[in-house]
Ligand binder design. Structure first.
Ligand code: IVH
Length: 687
């Protein structure tokens, strides 16, 4: 494999044209090696040789930024964070599957199809693993990845295109070596983490002092829904494609052909699938997969059975939830029996007290299990498990398994019934009951909760206090330097310099970072309080509406509901939180430290002309950085999203715009250059 030398051979005298050709050649080569590595697991060149090609391409793109394309192999590292994930409608609704653990249900499914289809359709079924990840839709227009959308409610999902672009097994452009590319392809696949990659990720998190993820599925959907795609890029995600949702410019007759087409176009597809003719064939596949389940490097929870012929699918149709031409045949969850040595109660960041059983270690599906969640007070009561009891536990894709039931033992004396403690094991406060949950209400004082609150308060989207991470927060709480949020503002440099991990400079920086935040955007302060249901967006809307913190503290539920996006459930949760005397006291103390809130500029009489308008930014501008412009637009009530769709009102195109510009033109979206933008903003540039 050689790196094309731009000076050799081609001599047009035009360095830009030469660069363009080399970029094209390098991109193609990198795409091939990417596919060989991530999809075929059969690399042909060394990592070092790949890196050389990659860096050469990066250098050329840096030299000729106008030649950088959105689907370049270098564009998988993630982009600037966004404020929220916009909702988009699926090309075709993403239904879920009817499912059962019973072979009888499969028989009935087959009989239903026989009745509906009669003899003229040969009933063949595709059987494949039911992957336990997060399902997503990918859309390719003219062979180029144009959208990635989470399942959401099946009709509308979240636009995670930027994140999906960072997943190496997802082609940014379809391969056309084996099969012509369709004009439109919408497909469904499962985003997941291989178990080996998940374990390595969790190990790294534990080493870094972060909470490990509970299971690969949660880790996957968390990574997929990041606002900062650079974070997604750092997580080991894979996508396996299994269903063509919509297709234009190509024809398919069977599901099996669809899977082959997806593979030809460059996707990873289920590594085992079969076409079987009857229920016996289905049962055999199910048995074989169940047996091999523990040897796989990914979680599956059953198999999926789909009618192979595609034409009759339309005739069969679907219920409101699931298609009539497919079903899931699930496995029994993996269960084992063991004894409970002890029951203890752990306190989470939100104050929920969770009873946890410490078990005699037992192996369940290849994993040694020594603790299991007992969920909450009501579950505990219902199952009536006690210390010393023999219990059946199950692991359903979770690292922390569940206690399913007690296994009765004749003639054995049982221990005392377990009841939730009368005081929080972390801070001693009497807990309160919220539905089935038991909650420590000392949200700002309880050490277990305070650590989490401090980290949240200081996080980038909230008060943005650099240096107030997990480790520092834990140190402050454990040493008693911070007993409530307000104490943060009383910390002195000399208290920190003696602490482990602090020098004079870092102590000074942290103290000044904290003190600077007495003057802060109201929305950031609100976000930082960690009011239930109030994230960045709601906080911003509340700040814009009330323009005064006291107003929010006093607002009735109805008054809160007058704010865009706040419904009854949210307003009730906000009120309950703010009305709690301890919360109220903690906020009083915080306010005593003297804050000056920065408010968003008032909306002009009759509303801002930009209110509700949707903007997409591409390319670089002279007068603004991307973040500055975004803020400016948001202050005027506009929304800034990451990808162009028919709902986009304006695309702002600076120098070297990406493919978003072409997309905008093709959709007829209004495109503005910097001059046009300034006119729209009603100024001739920045004030
Ligand atoms: S086919 C209309 N095949 O399982 C349904 N789904 O409730 C067509 N899933 O979230 C889906 N592996 O995304 C199909 N091999 C597979 C699958 C699969 C996992 C997911 C699906 C959905 C859930 C079903």
């Amino acid at each position: 494999m050689t790196i094309p030398d731009p000076t050799a051979g081609i001599d047009t005298g035009d360095p830009r044209a030469a660069a363009s050709r080399e970029i094209e050649a390098l991109s193609e080569e990198l795409r091939l090696h990417n596919h060989l590595y991530y999809v075929e697991a059969a690399p042909r060149i060394s990592d070092a040789a790949y890196d050389d090609l990659f860096r050469r391409l990066q250098a050329l793109e840096a030299e000729f930024p106008e030649l950088l394309r959105d689907d370049s192999p270098t564009q998988r590292v993630g982009a600037e964070p966004r404020d929220g994930l916009p909702s988009v409608a699926h090309v075709v609704p993403m239904l879920s599957l009817d499912s059962s653990q019973e072979l009888d249900a499969v028989r009935r499914f087959d009989e239903r199809l026989e009745r509906a289809l009669g003899d003229e359709v040969v009933r063949e079924y595709v059987v494949e693993p039911k992957l336990d990840g997060a399902s997503i839709e990918l859309v390719y227009e003219q062979g180029i990845l144009s959208r990635g959308v989470t399942r959401g409610n099946g009709v509308v999902g979240e636009d995670v295109t930027e994140n999906v672009r960072t997943i190496r097994s997802v082609p940014l452009r379809l391969r056309e070596e084996k099969r012509p590319i369709p004009t439109l392809l919408s497909l469904r696949g499962e985003a997941l983490m291989y178990l080996s990659a998940f374990e390595a990720l969790n190990e790294a998190r534990i080493m870094a002092g972060d909470e490990p993820y509970q299971n690969p599925r949660n880790a996957t959907s968390g990574a997929l829904r990041q606002l900062d795609s650079r974070i997604t890029a750092s997580r080991p995600l894979t996508v396996i494609a299994y269903d063509v949702l919509a297709l234009e410019g190509a024809e398919l007759e069977t599901d099996a052909e669809g899977i082959r087409a997806l593979s030809d176009w460059g996707f990873l597809v289920p590594d085992r699938f079969e076409v079987v003719r009857d229920v016996d064939g289905i049962a055999a596949f199910h048995r074989a997969y169940d047996r091999d389940r523990d040897d796989l490097d990914y979680e599956i929870d059953g198999i999926v059975i789909k009618l192979n012929a595609l034409a009759p699918r339309r005739r069969l149709g679907s219920t409101s939830h699931h298609p009539r031409w497919a079903m899931a045949f699930k496995f029994e969850p993996r269960k084992e029996v063991t004894r409970i040595d002890k029951i203890f109660v752990s306190v989470g960041r939100t104050g929920v007290l969770t009873p946890v059983a410490l078990l005699r270690p037992v192996e369940v599906g290849g994993v040694t299990v020594s603790r299991a969640s007992l969920h909450n007070r009501e579950e505990l009561l219902r199952k009536d498990v006690r210390e010393g009891d023999l219990v059946r536990i199950q692991r359903a894709g979770d690292v922390i398994p569940q206690v399913v039931e007690r296994v009765p033992e004749e003639g054995r004396e049982r221990g005392e019934a377990f009841s939730m403690p009368e005081s929080c094991p972390s801070c001693g406060t009497p807990p309160v009951e919220r539905g089935p949950f038991t909650v420590c209400p000392n949200h700002f004082g309880c050490a277990a909760q305070l650590k989490g609150r401090l980290v949240h308060f200081g996080s980038r989207h909230a008060m943005d206090i650099e240096g107030l991470g997990e480790e520092t927060a834990t140190l402050f709480v454990n040493l008693g330097l911070v007993k409530e949020l307000a104490d943060l503002f009383d910390l002195r440099e000399d208290q920190l310099t003696s602490l482990e991990g602090f020098g004079e400079l870092s102590a000074r920086n942290l103290i000044s970072a904290i003190q600077r935040r007495r003057n802060v955007e109201l929305a950031r302060f609100l976000t930082g309080l960690g009011i239930p249901e109030v994230g960045v967006t709601v906080a911003r809307d509340l700040a814009a509406h009330f323009r005064d913190f006291e107003g929010i503290r006093r607002a009735t539920e109805e008054e809160l509901e007058a704010v865009h996006g706040v419904g009854p459930k949210m307003s009730a949760a906000i009120r309950t939180f703010l009305d709690d005397p301890r919360v109220s006291e903690a906020i009083d103390h915080l306010e005593d430290r003297g804050f000056e809130f920065i408010l968003p500029p008032p909306v002009a009489e009759g509303g801002s002309p930009l209110a509700g308008k949707v903007f997409v930014l591409t390319g670089t501008l002279d007068g603004y950085t991307r973040d500055e412009l975004k803020e400016l637009l948001q202050e005027r009530g506009a929304r800034v999203t990451g990808s162009v769709s028919a709902k986009t009102d304006y695309v702002i195109a600076g120098d070297s715009p990406g493919s978003k510009l072409a997309k905008a033109r093709s959709l007829g979206v209004q495109v503005l250059d910097e001059g046009g933008l300034n006119k729209l903003l009603g100024s001739s540039g920045r004030a």
